[in-house]
Each structure stands twice: as C-alpha cells, then as structure tokens.
Ligand binder design. Structure first.
Ligand code: FAD
Length: 447
C-alpha cells in the first residue's frame, strides 16, 4: 500500500525526514500538497506568499517528475482532504513534518488520531525548527520570554542533527490519484499583474535556494558581521523566504554556517527565528493579541486612512521609510534594519496599531510567516517577548545617516528625496514621538 508524504512548509527533497520515512517503507510514494484556506483558524496566505508558493510547487513537481514521482495537489480543509487522498490511494501510511501554530497543531493532532483509528500508520517529524518549542525550558520547566537565556539553553542542548541526503528516486504508484492543476489555483496575480519585481528578484524552488546558500557562504559571510545592518550592502543571506517555504531546512543552513567557521553572528540570527517559533507555540494568538497584556490599555487614536496608505505606498516624505516600503512593494522583501525603522515609524510616529502593519507585511512579504512576522512587530511595538522598550523610538533620519551614509539605498528606492525639492514629511517626527510617549504613559498606569 502506498505511503503519503504530506508536504506543508517543507517544499524540498533534501533533508526531509517525512519523505525519508515514506521512502524507507519501500512502497510507492505519493507527495501531497493541500491548499487549505478553509480550516478554522488557518490564516489565508498573503499575495506575495501565494506567488512564491506557486513557483515553489512548480519547481518541486518538476523535481519529483525527474525522480519517477509526481506531486498531487488538492484543495480544501486539510483534515478532510488528506483522508480522501488516503482512501483514493488505499494508502497504508502518512508522514509529515511538524507545524507549530495553534490551528495547525489542532488539525494535525486530530488527523493523526483519526487515521490511526482507521489502521493507517502515521508519523511526524521535527524538520522546520532546530529546537522544538517544548524541548527548551527554563530551570523551572516553563517557556522562555527573553532571548539570551533561551539561546543559551538551545546551545547547551544536543546540537541539531546532520541534514539527510537528497533521494535519487521517489517512485509513485502505478495508478496515480487525481490532482488539481496548479494553474487552476490562481495563486498568481493577473489583473493587475504586480509580480514583475518579484520575478526579477527571486527564483523560488530548492535548486536556487541551494545555490544561494552556497554563494552566501562562499562570498558574503565574511562581510556579514560588519555590513549586515547596511541596507545597500547586500551583505545578508536573503535566505528568509527559503526557510519560510522550507526549500532549505534550518539544519542545512545551520551546518553550512558551522562548517564555514565564521558564522557566529549569523547563527544567532537563526536563533531569533527559533525564538519566534518558541514564542508562537506558547502564545498562539501572537498575530492578534498583545503578548504583554498591559499594552491593551494603549490608547490608539482613530485610524487616519491617508496616513496608513502613505506608509503602505512609501509616500510618507521620510526618506528611509519611503525607500523601505517601496523595496517591499517592488520585491516582496525588505532589509531587516529598514523593517525595524518602517515598523517603528508606523507605530510610534503615525500612532497606528502594530496589527495593521503586521497585516500589510503579511500580504506583501515573500518570507511572511506566522511566527516571525507578528513576533517582530510586537518586538518593535514593545508589546512582545524581549521587546525593545516602547520609549525606544527609531529616528529614521539618524538611522539613514548611520546605515545608509552615502544614500545608496535611498537613491535606489526613493531618489526624489535626494533632489533639490524633496517631499515634506507627512508628520513632524519630534512632535509625534512625544505624542507616542504620552500615550505610552497610559500603559504604564494600567493595573
Ligand atoms: P539574515 O541576516 O541573513 O539572517 C539569516 C536568517 O535568520 C533569516 O533568513 C531569518 O530566518 C533569521 N532571522 C534574521 N533576523 C531575524 C529576526 N529578527 N527574527 C527572526 N528571524 C530572523 N523574518 C521572516 O523570516 N519572516 C517575517 O515575516 C519577518 N517579518 C519581520 C517583520 C518586522 C517588523 C521585522 C523588524 C523583522 C521581520 N523579520 C521577518 C525578520 C528579519 O527582518 C528577516 O528575517 C531578515 O531581514 C531576512 O533577511 P535575510 O535572510 O537576509 O537575513
């Protein structure tokens, strides 16, 4: 009886423990991907994410076909759709790599139980994080809310396992089961087609991801510590969408870093990714609720839609903010330093609720994920785990002087700011900063 490997955020063949388990059963293997936009609590993908998903699935389908297999695509509530696939294929086993969001865990646990009750073998594996959230605990057995001790505990744990090799053959069953046509899923934008910048910037799929990993450790890692904060330097790995979609496993990236012998700082950035998933696991409402509940008392003023729109479109009149927001719109990516500055500007100069910003990033980032995005927004807002204190308001002008001193980044994305007649900021930075700090006083007074 065939084995099903249910692929989710792990669109790769190499270092894929669920796929490995399916192959080890020595029966035909069906690789299944389910587009689930219906199950309770599952967050629908943003536009840029859908674009990436389409191309990553197309690439994976090609690679499976080269190895004698195929990718089966189905759409609908995962719990129902996976069971239907098991029936259609008369499958004897289902394997997957674990997920850590609240709704996803409920779906997976329910499915595991019901499939087992029907006599189907089910097993799940750790593949998307280096340290599973429940395995890292404080001395008193609880979860961490501060990064440094969290990461120390991770580093004291057994080191991440070595990556598994890529299978040469993934033979499917003689009689394949029905699959949707990827094109019918309409993941790509049409009217208007806003994805030109994404196409120019990225090549989704496992082979390109491995190429980028190789190039980064061959060429860029030497500049990383010095230049990682400069948005024009191109010194960071740009591996975030690869990790988001699982085209590379964190284990593969980790071991490449360790082998390079000079990736200490880089590896601790992977640690922040681990910490974000740790936090989401213990706080599943991370995208909608303040982690520090005293922030519920924050008096957000009535939303000014024109301000929100100016921010989204990169028309705030503040050079680094406009440059960042346009890089995001054009490429589906923004440099980390600029993400912090644009987020701080939205929350603390425009006094717009961090959830609005999180939602926009969710829709426009190719690396948007359920843990890192809300985790980092709450970090900037001051409401999150180990967050920047609220009163730390990034000054976008000083940040630009420090990290883009020659204006390369601003020239690339928002050149009008360097003209004779630059646009005026839509708000006064000093006054709005003060208004934000006054509003914050209410949080401090909250019981
Ligand atoms: P590198 O510097 O090369 O870092 C290597 C890897 O470490 C990254 O690919 C990423 O997986 C991880 N990493 C680095 N910084 C962080 C961080 N602060 N938090 C968690 N992981 C980190 N990252 C996402 O992957 N998805 C998101 O949706 C996301 N939203 C963000 C929203 C805001 C407001 C901010 C301030 C940051 C956000 N980040 C997010 C974190 C960070 O900006 C990106 O991971 C980073 O810019 C990706 O570029 P890189 O791969 O070149 O990073």
């Amino acid at each position: 009886s065939p084995s099903i490997v249910w692929l989710r955020d792990d669109l790769r063949l190499a270092d894929n423990p669920a796929l490995r388990a399916a192959l080890d059963r020595d029966e035909p293997v069906i690789a299944l991907y389910v587009l689930d936009e219906e199950s309770d609590g599952v967050r629908a993908l943003g536009g840029a994410a859908r674009w990436w998903l389409h191309h990553s699935l197309a690439s994976l389908a090609d690679r499976l076909a080269e190895r004698g297999g195929s990718l089966v695509l189905r759409r609908g509530p995962a719990a129902r759709v996976v069971r239907e696939a098991v029936t259609d294929a008369s499958a004897g086993a289902v394997f997957w790599n674990r997920r850590y969001g609240g709704a996803e865990r409920r779906i997976d646990a329910g499915l595991k139980e019901s499939l087992r009750a029907d006599g189907v073998e089910v097993a799940s594996f750790a593949a998307s994080v280096l340290f599973e959230p429940w395995t890292v605990t404080t001395g008193s057995g609880s979860h961490f809310s501060v990064f440094s001790p969290f990461w120390r505990a991770c580093l004291a744990a057994p080191p991440p396992r070595a990556p598994l090799p890529e299978p040469r053959e993934v033979a499917g069953p003689k009689h394949p089961i029905a699959s949707d046509d990827l094109g019918d899923w309409n993941l790509l934008p049409t009217r208007p087609d806003w994805a030109g910048g994404l196409r120019e910037t990225w090549e989704p799929g496992e082979p390109a991801a491995r190429g980028r990993l190789r190039d980064f450790f061959a060429d860029d890692i030497g500049h990383y510590d010095r230049a990682r904060d400069e948005p024009a330097a191109g010194a960071t790995s740009q591996l975030s969408p690869r990790l988001r979609w699982g085209e590379l496993s964190p284990h593969t990236v980790w071991h490449a870093g360790v082998e390079s012998g000079r990736a200490g700082k880089f590896l601790s950035e992977l640690g922040w990714r681990e910490f974000a998933w740790h936090t989401l696991f213990h706080f599943p409402d991370l995208a909608t609720e303040n982690l520090r509940r005293e922030f519920d008392a924050f008096p957000w003023p009535r939303l000014k839609p024109t301000h929100l729109e100016a921010w989204q479109r990169g028309r705030t009149g503040v050079p680094l903010v406009d440059a960042g927001m346009r890089e995001l719109w054009e490429t589906g990516y923004m440099h980390n330093r600029v993400r912090m500055v644009t987020a701080s500007f939205l929350i603390k100069n425009l006094l717009i609720d961090w959830r609005r910003g999180e939602q926009w990033f969710w829709d426009t980032l190719v690396d948007a994920d359920a843990a890192n995005n809300p985790f980092n927004w709450q970090w900037v807002a001051g409401s999150g785990a180990d967050a920047a204190p609220y009163f730390r308001v990034f000054n976008p002008e000083l940040q630009a002087k420090k990290f883009d001193p020659d204006g390369h980044y601003i020239r690339q994305w928002a050149p009008e700011h360097l003209s004779e007649d630059p646009p005026e900021p839509i708000v006064n930075l000093g006054e709005t900063r003060k208004a934000a700090l006054d509003a914050y006083e209410e949080v401090k007074r909250a019981p």
